[in-house]
Design a protein around this ligand. Structure first.
Ligand code: BGC
Length: 467
């Protein structure tokens, strides 16, 4: 969190100064380049081959929850088209493919009987990656909780730690012979905040009373998932992916600076610090002290896990100010759209310096071994004209954010990989199909794919073509 702006990294135009050409070689030959996806956003085939409902299927059936009442019954039809889509990953030059597993495809009841057809699908996907020379990276949980578990309270019920451990073990046994890189949870903060507190995401539960138990069960599960994977797959590299945004106070007033510290505790520190053995960040956000009501003896130990890497997912930075009108947090965001700064089509501030600062912030944790950007990307209004999609703003976004990553790496941050979000335009959660993040344009009526200009730029960058 900033209280002052670091002028040294800005050039005379107030932009990030990264001294040097942005080339793949500048990142070093070991740096990993990948593209990230998530099961629910692309697979479709929601009721095929034994898969049962997940919370998002149920949420999408309720009117008014998702923009235009879109649903993901077909999404990108990746379930049937994964081979040609992996060919696209190859064509774009990525050497790592991050995807998530659908829990309700593998364990339709949430626990208990394994669905072999679900295992078969991911086996085929992994094998195809390997044939293409692409390394598969698995995310165990990217928000699509089996509805069967939500019926028993989902993340509010502490038993989820056992259910999740069972699911992790099934996956480790099924795929661990070929998959080296594992990510336990994807952005647990979004699950706790949007899924169980504001209700903007599935399962749509509302109420601050849900927040702390859900946070605690997610934090226990991320560590438990790590332990299960490590026990079964001692050679695996195990990480966890968290959202993060650099937080600026709106002014240097003591109230705004404290508000920024509270926001920082929630947005950046909440899930990493218990895993590192630092406990929940109640120093900055005293409300978190109430989490002790959900803690049992031994939990402080149980929350710890020594991850091989932390996946950081950074899209934007935020500015916050103190507010008396927002109980509990006592702050509000000053929207980027009111600050005359560049934004994406979702109104998210484009600020590569925020990426640089957040990398430096995470590097300061002693217990962090390695950082990977496990997601970064932008939505813009793309138009297919002829056979082309010209998206210069997305290309510029990637160039500027990559420059920030490179600058941080050159300044000593141990960042070893970068995953673009995302391969295909897809089901963007509560925004439905209205927000396009892909490097590849998808016509959802015909399922036709068209590589966008930004995708072609990325391919040229990765293949080291002169640009
Ligand atoms: C999520 C993705 C999502 C992306 C863009 C991340 O929070 O992990 O699933 O599509 O942001 O909103």
């Amino acid at each position: 969190m900033a209280t002052t702006i670091d002028h040294q990294i800005r050039n005379s135009e107030n932009k990030l100064d990264y001294n040097g050409p942005l080339t793949r070689d500048a990142f070093g030959s070991d740096f990993k380049w990948g593209v990230a996806t998530a099961a629910y956003q692309i697979e479709g085939a929601v009721h095929e081959d034994g898969r049962t409902d997940c919370v998002w299927d149920v949420f999408a059936r309720k009117k008014g929850r998702i923009r235009n009442n879109d649903d993901a019954r077909h999404a990108c039809d990746f379930y049937h088209r994964y081979e040609q889509d992996l060919d696209l990953v190859k064509e774009l030059g990525f050497e790592q493919f991050r995807f998530s597993l659908s829990w309700s495809r593998i364990l339709p009841g949430g626990y208990g009987k394994v669905n072999q057809a679900g295992i078969d699908f991911y086996n085929k996907l992994i094998d195809k990656c390997i044939v293409l020379g692409i390394e598969p990276w698995i995310t165990l949980y990217h928000w699509d909780l089996p509805q069967a578990l939500e019926k028993s309270g989902g993340w509010k019920n502490r038993r989820i730690v056992e259910w999740f451990a069972e699911y992790a073990a099934v996956c480790a046994h099924a795929f661990g012979d070929r998959v080296k890189h594992w990510i336990v949870l994807n952005e647990p903060m979004a699950v706790a905040g949007l899924g169980y507190t504001t209700g903007e995401h599935a399962p749509g539960n509302k109420g601050i009373h849900n927040f702390l138990p859900v946070v605690h069960h997610l934090a226990l599960s991320q560590a438990e998932g790590g332990r299960v994977l490590r026990k079964i797959l001692p050679e695996a590299r195990i990480g966890n992916a968290i959202s993060c945004s650099y937080v600026y106070p709106n002014s240097q007033s003591a109230a705004d600076v404290r508000a920024a510290r509270r926001a920082d505790a929630l947005m950046n520190r909440l899930f990493i610090e218990p895993a590192l053995g630092l406990g929940y960040p109640k120093d900055a956000f005293p409300f978190l002290a109430n989490i002790k009501r959900f803690m049992r003896e031994g939990d402080r130990e149980r929350l710890k896990f020594d991850f091989d890497f932390w996946g950081l997912q950074n899209y934007f930075s935020v500015v916050v100010q103190h507010s008396y009108l927002a109980p509990v947090m006592w702050l509000k965001e000053v929207p980027a759209t009111l600050r005359n700064v560049p934004t994406t089509s979702l109104g998210w501030e484009i600020n590569p310096i925020g990426m640089y600062e957040i990398l430096k912030q995470f590097q300061r944790y002693k217990g962090v071994r390695e950082l990977v950007i496990s997601e970064n990307g932008a939505a813009f209004k793309d138009i297919l004209k002829g056979e082309k999609v010209e998206d210069p703003r997305r290309q510029a976004y990637y160039q500027d954010y990559l420059a920030a990553v490179l600058r941080a790496r050159n300044d000593g941050v141990n960042i070893t990989g970068y995953f673009a979000w995302t391969l295909l335009d897809n089901f963007e959660w509560a925004h439905g199909y209205s927000a396009r993040f892909g490097l590849v344009f998808v016509d959802f009526k015909t399922q036709e794919r068209t590589v966008k200009a930004s995708g072609r730029w990325f391919a040229g960058f990765l293949k080291k073509e002169e640009m």
